[in-house]
Design a protein around this ligand. Sequence first.
Ligand SMILES: [Zn+2]
Length: 411
Amino acid sequence: MMRFLFGMIVLATILTGCKTAMGVKSNDSNIVYDNDDIFILTKYKIRKGDKLLEILNKINLSSTLNRNIIKKFCSFQDPNSIQPGKTISLKRKLNGKFYSLEYDKSVDSTYLIINVNDSLIVLAMDQDIITKDEYICGTINKNLYTTVINYKESPALALYIEKIFLGRYNFYHDICEGDSFYVIIRKKYLNDKFVGYDRINYIKIKGEKINVEAIYYSNTEYCGYFDDSGNSLEKNILIAPVSYEKVTSDYGYRKHPITHKRSFHYGIDYAAPIKTPIYASADGIVIVKKYKRKGMGREIIIDHRNGYKTVYAHLYRFARGIKVGSNVKYGQLIGYLGNSGLSTGPHLHFGVLYKNRPVNPEKINISSRYIIKDNEYANFTSQYGYLSTLAEKYSTNNIKLTSAKNKTTIN
Ligand SMILES: [Zn+2]
């Protein structure tokens, strides 16, 4: 009888109070009508330091069920590192029985743990993300970061462009005011709202010191950016894994700037502003991550498993998720440039070891990571030609743009 009455109250609330089928707030839970069923929906906005178990405890499930939910949750996310600001939605039947847990892992993926006949199932759901190709062209004003912001783009675009040319161009020196850039980029939208960049498919920078054009190309072995000769822009190893202002110390003998003793400098010092991103020089595994108040300060060493190891020292901080044993990819963010340890100013000390002996990074044989093979060359050049012509067409036709200046959607 009580249950029937409760059900009636719920129904009455829904019928009178809510036209959108979202219910009326009851304590911190809502009653919702979904798929011909009625649920109690409880949403938790995750705060810093929250653990999944603490959140589950708020809705009084049995400890066995909590354990099982956490076990399922582990299959897509570490339950102890749920992201602050995101929401966990829990649905229960009106009798209190657990029905589902929903977690938005990223803008384009949501995970659902759902109770089907008393067994828990994990579902991955793609959000309705749509992608649009857009053409952006413009002129560099001050630097790449200011420029993209002026064009109402996110600073992530500047980082993206910088990473494409990492090891080939140094954006502090090679990009000048007045240089032109042309980009064909695929962007992601959720409900007409921009949620991120998917991929740059074409890029050209034309200027005083740079004249470069590249396309994105993929095959079963490799994906990345290529010049018109079919050489990947990525190298076998990055010997400047940071955008730097200047080299303050080369490999070799020098008078130490602090101790003033003549000693051998086993690396290259790249000076740049504090917090400049530092990237892994090649694929590998992190074997050292340590902090020493003196000496190298915050330091990372990566083993590239081919006899080479790379050393990154004096970091400001380590990138999130980087730990000893982490597998890292070429160009992956590993930390931020700093001034920790025995250091006179913000810089990256970068060293290379071969079979555990220091070598001069500048003496290493640098080659492209991938070169287009003869049998795919025709396919590659036709794709290159297509994108290059498309960009040319947009730039010479002086496209009239609708939404934002110098931007257009490619249909
Ligand atoms: Zn150094």
